[in-house]
Write a new protein. Sequence first.
Length: 127
Amino acid sequence: MVERTSFEQHLIDMVRQMPAEALLELVKGQLGVVGAATARQVRPSRRASRNGHALTDTAVLEVVAAGQGLSLGEVAAAVGAEKAPTRRALRRLMDRGAVHMAGERRFARYATTAAGAKAASRRARRG
């Protein structure tokens, strides 16, 4: 049996809990598959948005885990989302203990460990 870190197991559990549609969209996004354009863009309902948190949270967690302490803008750009939904995803991940933040305002940095976030915030202050 393959030994996994707690972070790897957490990711596996998150993916297993994702709705099939969200998982399919994540895979399509990673493969660069673009859906057919439609004449009218349909905005998802609020309920659909709430249920789609797993997709956003998973994408944000993957970006933060791959980085060396990232700002909100860097995370948002990497996942291709606006800052507001990215901020909400980061807060949910912080509430679960999966992501840590250090620093304030323009020096705030996010990482999967408190020490990593703190070091990144210090680097940002130095310029």
